[in-house]
Write a protein that binds this ligand. Sequence first.
Ligand SMILES: [Fe+2]
Length: 391
Amino acid sequence: MEPSQLKIKSYELPTVIKHGVGALGALGEETARLGIRRPLVVTDKGMVATGHVDRAASLLKAHGLEPAVFDGVVGNPSIHHVARGSEAYRDHRADGMVAIGGGSSMDTAKAIGVEVAHGGKILDYEYGHTPLSRRIPPLVCVPTTSGTGSEVTLWSVITDPTRQIKFNVGGPLIGPHVALIDPLLAVGLPPHLTAFTGMDALSHAVECFTCAYAQPFTDAVALLAMEYVGKSLRVAFANGQDVDARYTMAMAAMLAGLAYGSESAGAVHAMAQSFGGGFDVHHGYLTGIMLAPCSEYNLLGNPGKYARIAVALGEDVRGLPTLEAARRGVAAMAALTRDLEFPPFCDFTGARPADIPRLAKLAEADPQTVGNPRLIDARGYEKIYARLMGG
Ligand SMILES: [Fe+2]
């Protein structure tokens, strides 16, 4: 028996998932059903400009609810944005939340939920510190980017500017109560963001499928998420108006989010999160660009699973030895980032080879290093960073 089978595993999903074209129309009803009367709408200014927030507020008011909008979320939100959101929650005397946007808005809402339910600061509840003991207030998540899957994950990722890292807070108590997934909300997403967020979804599926925490349920959802990305991400990038492709990508992101379960990912997220704490770069760009080089490093740790990834991404591996099929899977990931026109790493991030030793140490210290399919330390991360920077 494999050592991984000797550990008891569990899967807990606290989230009701409603999805489909026009699903946003159920927002008032779903929010009211949770007993919320005074929702705080957690979002960012860009989302307000799209008109989606006004529409959401109207839907809430139509059910007799009294919403207030907190639009202070930014990309890579910090502990300070969370603190401001908690203040807005208390000022409004809110009794629940509606998060509209990408992972930043949903993760901020979860973190606000932790602060208002427990008192104290979100930093107190960093993974490995004080465990969460209370359920967050009712939360409806409305994703708009088809990437993070945060609408169903049990994690919130927040930046600590002092340490220049992102840290995780999580567990079943933080899971959203309702995920309302409407592909029409992603129709206006520009191609580069479609590419970044879609590759983030793929990285969740690949990492959770191959890491030490994988189990039959997470394997099942991860494989379908990969198939959906293989089938639809290029189409959504090329024609953002294609509602079928948008819906398939929305489902890919949700399924990949479910692949997380209550565990974490691996080297891609260890690198992306430790890097993203110091460089203000889109998380999906980082995970997307890091996915193939990390997988190239990792595939020796579990060639059979990387071979299945190749099949899920549409590669014909019939007759190939397992290791060769696994390499096809990695090549398929790299081909995706090329087709999606990912800019080169140093140009886009501003990182330089001189930064590698420091970045590698930060990645090694990230808790997500532990589940990686191939044992990895700072030396391993240095190799991957060198590949990313053209070495
Ligand atoms: Fe991610």
